[in-house]
Ligand binder design. Structure first.
Ligand SMILES: Cc1cc2nc3c(=O)[nH]c(=O)nc-3n(C[C@H](O)[C@H](O)[C@H](O)COP(=O)(O)OP(=O)(O)OC[C@H]3O[C@@H](n4cnc5c(N)ncnc54)[C@H](O)[C@@H]3O)c2cc1C
Length: 279
């Protein structure tokens, strides 16, 4: 079945109105790098599609101590503007330049693992998402947004309109391990933000991707390093905790057990890098 109707709203309000009018049978499309291949291959058969690219949701704005990123901001803009270095590194690690020019930051939040290279960095940065629906806007921490594999808190009548990112304090790190150096799906990706109080870790967020149904926080690993000096013993314990609490899967890229082993290796590398910077 071919797409019969295509809508290109000129504002968020118009987009929300169209969604209310047509219901969940209207497919929301941002950059289309995930949605279009599914349509072209006949896996997804929407009769109605709404493109968001003219809805005024492509921007990166500094708002006091936070960054507001419009949902349809292309991944390439995160690389170009470098408002937050962790996000720039994450975006550089996502796909190819051609896909980054089309693919959006909002779309990356919906990407099924092992995609989600930017989403995992947003999680480490404690980002929150703005969801717009007929009743107005609501804010949900990204840490609470995901509920399972390709399930989340977005209601069928809502659009993810903006991502809000607190400007990071402390040190950040992003490591992605894939089968190739570039343009490759993750075996595992690690993003972390640590704040130090002297030699001790005062706060920690360690996020993983490619090893769960969605980007996830390694909360046991975080608890292991908080209050500790980031030395060999704490790093090793955190790496093991992260591997233990990961929920890896087997796919064409890697087996479940390999993903778990590499989680320990890459959390260890990420924390060792931060310990080196802190010294
Ligand atoms: C060849 C190739 C390589 C890739 N490599 C990587 C990679 O290395 N790393 C990586 O992370 N990703 C990768 N991807 C996946 C994808 O390109 C990115 O995740 C991109 O950010 C998706 O954004 P999009 O705007 O194109 O999503 P779309 O295809 O437009 O949308 C994806 C889904 O999200 C929903 N959606 C999107 N935006 C919104 C919104 N604002 N509100 C509500 N629903 C929304 C859509 O309904 C759709 O179901 C790759 C894709 C391709 C084709």
């Amino acid at each position: 079945m071919a797409v019969k109707e295509y809508f290109l709203p000129k504002s968020l309000a118009e987009a929300v109105g169209l969604l209310a009018q047509h219901g969940p049978s209207l497919l929301v499309m941002a950059g289309g790098t995930i949605a279009m291949p599914l349509i072209n291959e006949g896996i997804s058969l929407p009769e109605k599609v709404m493109g968001l690219r003219r809805a005024g949701l492509s921007y990166i704005d500094r708002r006091s101590d936070a960054l507001a990123i419009g949902a349809t901001t292309p991944l390439a803009q995160l690389v170009k503007q470098n408002a937050i270095p962790l996000l720039q590194t994450a975006a550089r690690n996502a796909a190819s330049m051609a896909v980054r020019n089309m693919g959006t930051v909002g779309g990356n939040i919906f990407a099924p693992p092992p995609a989600g290279d930017v989403a995992v960095a947003l999680l480490a940065l404690d980002a929150q998402v703005e969801l717009a629906g007929p009743a107005g806007k609501r804010i949900v921490p990204l840490a609470d947004f995901y509920t399972g594999f390709m399930t989340h808190q977005l209601n069928p009548n809502e659009i993810l309109s903006e991502i809000q990112v607190p400007l990071p304090a402390g040190k950040t790190v992003y490591l992605k391990y894939g089968r190739k150096h570039a343009n490759t799906p993750s075996v595992v990706a690690v993003a972390a933000q640590l704040v130090f109080n002297g030699p001790q870790v005062a706060s920690a967020r360690i996020a993983l991707n490619g090893v769960g149904p969605h980007p996830l926080r390694a909360r046991n690993a975080e608890a292991t390093v908080i209050g500790a000096t980031l030395a060999e013993a704490a790093i090793a314990a955190a790496a093991q905790a992260a591997a233990d609490e990961s929920e890896p899967f087997t796919d064409a890229v890697a087996t479940e057990s390999y993903r778990r082993k590499m989680t320990a290796v890459y959390v260890r590398r990420a924390l060792t890098q931060l310990a080196g910077e802190e010294a």
